[in-house]
Each structure stands twice: as C-alpha cells, then as structure tokens.
Write a protein that binds this ligand. Structure first.
Ligand SMILES: Nc1ncnc2c1ncn2[C@@H]1O[C@H](COP(=O)(O)OP(=O)(O)OP(=O)(O)O)[C@@H](O)[C@H]1O
Ligand SMILES: [Mg+2]
Length: 323
C-alpha cells in the first residue's frame, strides 16, 4: 500500500489521475484532454515503469492538444491508448464515482458494463455491439417516421437489438452474480449489512418490440431493452440510491471495488482518492485492514494518520513535486 500525502491542492489527485491515464489510457474524471495538459502548454507526456507477473514494462502515453492521445507499450505503438487497460487493469475510487451509487441509472449501467468487460474479457464487445445495433435501429425508426422507408426495413435491426440485448442482460446478470458474495462480505465488514445487487430489467422477445413499434416510430427511439435497465444496490432491503447516507453510499462503492479486486486475476491496481473522508474511525480501521491484503493500492490523504495502517511507502506531495 502506498499512501500519497499532501495538503489540499498539492497535487495528490493529479498524481493518481496520471497513474490512471498511464495505465488505462484515459482519465477517471472523464475530462477532456486539454484539461490534462499543463495550463499554457500544448502537450503532455508520461512514462510509467510497471512490473506485472514479474516482468517489467514501459508504458508511455502522450497527449497533444487537437491531436488526441497515443500510447506505446514496451516501445510498440498501440492502436488506441485505451488498449492499455486490458493488460494493466486499475480500479479507481474518486468522489465523482459516487454517482455509481447515488446517480441515475446511466452511471450504474456504464460502471457495471466496464466491470463486465474486465471480468469477462471475451464478452467485452457486447455493450458496444448492442449500442451500435440500437443506434442503427433508432436511425431506422426515424427514417420510417419521415416516410423514407417502410416498417419491414426495421426487422433485421429489431432482431439484432433483441438478440444482443439478451446477451447484454446475461452478461450483466453474470457480472452481478460474480460480485454478489464479495460485495456482501466487504459491505458487511464495513458496516453495511446484507448488501445485495439486483438487476432491474428483463429480456424482451421480438413480440414485445413489435407491440410497441408505433410508439417507437413516433418517438424515433427504442423504448425497451437493457439501455434502460438499472441495478439496485441495497443494504438490508433498503435501496442505497435514495435512502443511503453519504457515508453508506461511499461504503457501497468501496465494497464494489473490493469485491472486484478479488475476482481479477493478477491483482489490479487500486487507486483510492479521498476515500477516508466521511468514514468514522472504526470503518477506517476495517478498510485499512482490508487494504493491507490488497497488493497494489495507492491511497491519497491529507494526513497519513487518518489511515490506521503501516503503508509500504509514503509519497509526500507538494505543488509540482512528489517524493
Ligand atoms: N491542467 C492543469 N495545469 C496546471 N495545474 C492544474 C491543472 N489542472 C489542475 N491544476 C491544479 O493542480 C492543483 C492540484 O490539484 P489536485 O486536485 O491534484 O490537488 P489535491 O492534492 O488532490 O487536493 P485535495 O486535497 O483538495 O483533493 C490544483 O490547484 C489545480 O488547480
Ligand atoms: Mg484531491
């Protein structure tokens, strides 16, 4: 465990974000590239030396205003920077990520689809394939609405959306099943009893799409399927999105990350930003004990004494410097 300590504004989040960009190819804050480049500059570059499965690797990511990102792995250029995350998975906690628990369904869908792609790499393409088929069908619906084509032209797209939708639902359900036990255990330790994850939504047969075709045509979009589904995150049958306290929502997100860490082979990098705030002393202790068992964790804090554990390394951050 590495503790990154520093005052507010010292650059702790920047450091964590750099590690994330360097290993995943994108920022966890989903900001545009320009925000990642130092004010007044046109480009940024970072190099990471990573040891994985006892082999050293060199990861380089560079960002140029207007040109986007590029990455190399051990000197070889990657087709896209985001390919890095296949080989160097990192899980991240940032206060923004609390949206996974307390935000709208879209944030949860995006989160669990990303978890799914890490847990089931062979099926990682399903969410994108479904989104592409859905976009095609929606475009088709608008053509029918404008009288540019007939309803029969939609049939292949409806069949594809229905089939891929069923695959996507199965993938998400498998993901929740894989996480269930670890989530309940971690949540329980952190003081959230009976933690559960439930998929909300059902696969729709072709007949269901046909039944609402007129509505879909008039809206120009598909009103049925996994792009509208949700995941209910609860503790003791209480849904945490509307009813959880700030601290409980934070614990639920942490429990999700801890559950996933146990499932990923080789141990992913765990990046925890500002995770300790809002947690009481007992929960900080439980978390510290849990993290001691996780091989690669980087955790930021304004005061290292907030983390009741002996880290392997403490990095002190002052503006522009980390030692
Ligand atoms: N593109 C940029 N170029 C230069 N400085 C930037 C850029 N983006 C952010 N900063 C500055 O970097 C500083 C450090 O921010 P950072 O979020 O890393 O601090 P922190 O140590 O995480 O603080 P806190 O404890 O409040 O979370 C901030 O003052 C911010 O304004
Ligand atoms: Mg910060």
């Amino acid at each position: 465990m590495v503790v990154v300590e520093g005052e507010n504004g010292a650059g702790k989040t920047n450091l964590l974000e750099a590690i994330h960009v360097g290993t995943q190819g994108f920022s966890p804050r989903a900001r545009n590239d320009a925000q990642l480049i130092r004010f007044g500059e046109q480009a940024a570059a970072l190099t990471l030396e990573v040891e994985r499965d006892r082999t050293r690797h060199e990861l380089k990511v560079s960002l140029v205003t207007g040109e986007g990102r590029s990455a190399t792995l051990d000197g070889g250029r990657l087709a896209s920077a985001e390919l890095l995350r296949r080989d160097f998975p990192a899980l991240v906690f940032t206060p923004d990520r609390l949206a996974v628990v307390k935000g709208g369904p879209a944030a949860r869908r995006a989160y669990f689809d990303r978890v799914a792609s890490r847990l089931f790499p062979a099926r990682a393409g399903i969410p994108q394939d479904y989104a592409a088929a859905l976009a095609q069908r929606n475009a088709g619906l608008r053509r029918v609405q404008l009288g540019l084509s007939d309803r029969g032209s939609l049939e292949p797209w409806t069949a594809r959306v229905s089939a891929l939708g069923a695959e996507l639902i199965a993938l998400r359900v498998a993901t929740l099943e894989a996480l269930a036990a670890g989530f309940a255990a971690a949540a329980g330790e952190l003081g959230l009893p009976e933690g559960t994850l439930a998929y909300e939504g059902e696969a729709a047969a072709l007949a269901a799409y046909d039944a609402r075709l007129a509505q879909d045509v008039s809206r120009g979009s598909t009103g049925l399927g996994p792009h509208l589904h949700d995941v209910r995150i609860s503790s003791a049958s209480r849904e945490l999105r509307p009813y959880g306290s700030q601290g409980e929502q934070r614990l639920a997100l942490l429990a999700l990350l801890l559950a996933e860490v146990e499932l990923l082979p080789g141990g992913p990098l765990l990046l925890l930003d500002d995770v300790l705030s809002e947690l009481d002393g007992r929960r900080r202790e439980v978390l510290a004990a849990r993290l001691t068992g996780v091989e690669q964790t980087v955790i930021t804090t304004t005061h290292r004494s907030l983390l009741p554990a002996e880290p392997a390394q403490v990095v002190s951050v002052t503006p522009g410097r980390a030692v």
